[in-house]
Design a binder for this molecule. Structure first.
Ligand code: ITT
Length: 185
């Protein structure tokens, strides 16, 4: 029996790395390349990921870019999620939505794989809504204000649920299926 493929996850975010390690258990041996890379200004996560994949040196690694897309704000913060989180944060998002009835939002994840010189993208989405107030202390980023569809607690209150239904889980499941199907492991 062949050993699982060894893959590096290039990310500066330790939470993302532990989520991925858990999801890819048995399919890939994950190594953490704790690096941040330049993200171009683009209108979609796919473009950001494609561009970054061509710039990051090395082979047999993947990256993942995520964003929170809020319907009432026409998809904002979307590709600007990182900057918006650093500047106005969860409280700022809640202020922007104060008095707004439509609280629909989605998390999107785009995983970009470079394996044996070939590039491949996998996407995942989880729909939900923005909570009336920030709740919970697990997870990271926008987790305290995001409630997945069909539930009433935030990702930060229920990390086990996040692991099951998240955008990242869905994108990484596709990566996992690809690795299995192409016998790269
Ligand atoms: P990288 O080094 O992998 O880029 P990052 O933390 O910069 O790590 P992203 O650019 O993908 O990650 O994330 C954009 C923003 O969205 C950032 O502020 C994150 O905190 C937030 N975010 C990403 N995934 C999230 C998740 O699963 N739950 C909550 N917030 C998330």
């Amino acid at each position: 029996m062949s050993l699982p493929v060894e893959l590096a996850f290039v990310t500066s975010n330790e939470h993302k790395f532990s989520e991925a390690e858990e999801i890819l258990k048995g399919v890939a041996r994950l190594r953490w390349r704790q690096e941040s890379y330049r993200e171009v200004q683009a209108e979609t996560l796919e473009e950001v990921v494609r561009e970054a994949l061509t710039e990051i040196p090395g082979d047999n690694f993947f990256i993942e870019d995520a964003g929170l897309f809020i319907t009432a704000l026409n998809g904002f913060p979307g590709v600007y999620s990182s900057y918006v989180f650093k500047t106005i944060g969860n409280e700022g998002i809640l202020r922007l939505l104060s008095g707004e009835k439509n609280r629909k939002a989605s998390f999107l994840s785009v995983v970009g794989l470079k394996l044996k010189g070939e590039m491949k993208l996998f996407t995942g989405e989880v729909r939900g809504r923005i909570a009336p107030e920030a709740k919970g202390s697990e997870g990271f980023g926008y987790d305290p204000i995001f409630i997945p569809e069909g539930y009433d607690r935030t990702f930060a209150e229920n990390p086990q649920l996040k692991q099951r239904v998240s955008h990242r889980r869905r994108a990484l499941e596709k990566l996992s299926a690809y690795l299995k199907a192409t016998h790269h492991f």
